[in-house]
Design a protein around this ligand. Structure first.
Ligand code: AMP
Length: 177
């Protein structure tokens, strides 16, 4: 991607201090989503970063990961698979618990979502500590599908989340802070 396009995208992400709680600087991506050109460039950039042009399924994480995952899947001619918060998926699921700063969270995937041997790319809006993406990658691994990598719109590099994901293949991000 051209450096000036990347800079436009970066400067359109809005920092919201103290949301959802004091001390967190929330990366608000909605101004990027609202701009047709920047949205298209972001999706192209997240695909380009992976070096992949063919994959069977793209897995997206509840909820902003659905936006990026589904658009990337459509662009690659792949299917889209949602990983959702516990209790939201209607069919039989496999789930995994993971640690948050305080307490735990759970995510689930349909049991029949992925077939053994299928190639899978994980997509999400933002990589922070890597807990959420790590849990999703664990579910993909349990299904017997083959993880080809993970792609994020934004990475908070200072939280070292990619270290947690490294065992599951290459980790890519379009914008790093
Ligand atoms: P983590 O499990 O710590 O990697 O957190 C990842 C998830 O939390 C992402 O899917 C984001 O949607 C959300 N998230 C964490 N930190 C931020 C932040 N500073 N701004 C926006 N979203 C965030």
């Amino acid at each position: 991607m051209a450096p000036d396009s990347l800079e436009r995208i970066r400067s359109t992400i809005r920092d919201v201090p103290d949301f959802p709680k004091p001390g967190i600087v929330f990366k608000d991506i909605t101004p990027v989503l609202a701009c047709p050109k920047l949205l298209a460039q972001t999706i192209e950039g997240m695909i380009e970063a992976t070096g992949i042009n063919q994959v069977d399924k793209v897995v997206g994480i509840d909820a902003r990961g659905f936006i990026f995952g589904a658009l990337i899947a459509a662009r690659l001619g792949a299917g889209f698979i949602p990983v959702r918060k516990k209790g939201k998926l209607p069919w039989q699921t496999r789930g995994v618990d993971y640690a948050l700063e305080y307490g735990t969270n759970s995510v689930e995937m349909h049991l029949d979502a992925l077939a053994p041997g299928e190639t899978v790319l994980l997509a999400d809006d933002l990589l922070a500590t890597g807990g959420t993406a790590g849990a999703a990658l664990h579910l993909i691994q349990q299904s017997g599908a083959r993880i080809v990598g993970s792609t994020f719109f934004i990475e908070l590099g200072f939280l070292n989340g990619r270290e947690k994901l490294a065992q599951h293949g290459p980790v890519h991000a379009l914008i790093t802070y």
